[in-house]
Design a protein around this ligand. Sequence first.
Ligand code: DGL
Length: 263
Amino acid sequence: MSRADRTIGVFDSGIGGLTVVRAIRRLLPGESITYLGDTARLPYGTKSHRTIERYTLQMGEILQRFDPKLIVVACNTASAHGLPALQAVSPCPVVGVIEPGAEAAAQVKGPVGIIGTLATVSSASYDEAILRHDPSKTIHSVACTLLVPLAEEGWFDDPITDAIARRYLNQLPFEVKTIVLGCTHYPTLLPSLERTRPDTRWVDSGEVTALSVDRLLKGSLGYRTESARGPLRILLTDASSRLREVGERFLGEPLGNVELVEP
Ligand code: DGL
């Protein structure tokens, strides 16, 4: 099989990365995608650097069995802690979600807010990446630990989510008018987030990552040559029926057959 026709491997700590798959499929519907969610070991966002890095390397190894042309680390937490280690050993290119999100944030005027898991925010990876693009940028970050369970509960547009989001977002100074959704789950909560902080520009790291995948394919990797809609293969390290239901909401289409793999 030619390189262009090979699959794109997408990895996440669980099912949240399906928001990134949704963005990639919207922009590049012809691509074949192999999604791997480490649902047996989620969440990554409360774990240590060493553990997240080790898990990321293991997930990268599993994806290599499918001979991908590219690996996308859809998980912000894994991108913050495991990306350089995976890039160092992977035979194919590996991209994360932080660099595209940071690049988009650096381009807007004024201070920027970052919201993410505790592990993502404490890594300061977004801050470092934004400052590489614009060393004068003012950045404020808040770890929003409770937002992941709210998204998994499906409370996308809910007064309880409004109250919790307000508590977190009020920690950002009033002048912050651009906020990076630095977690796979947060785009689903936009109805509540927008109500909580109107007139904000939200940077969806999944959407900007899809654009950067497109740039890579346009470059040396190549687009899949078949014109039919690309297949989506879903592999999980644990497949409870609840994860399936949540996953479908994140993906916006039925999950189809889910294969189980050992982490
Ligand atoms: N996928 C994770 C992220 O984007 C959120 C869920 C987790 O903590 O594992 O940071």
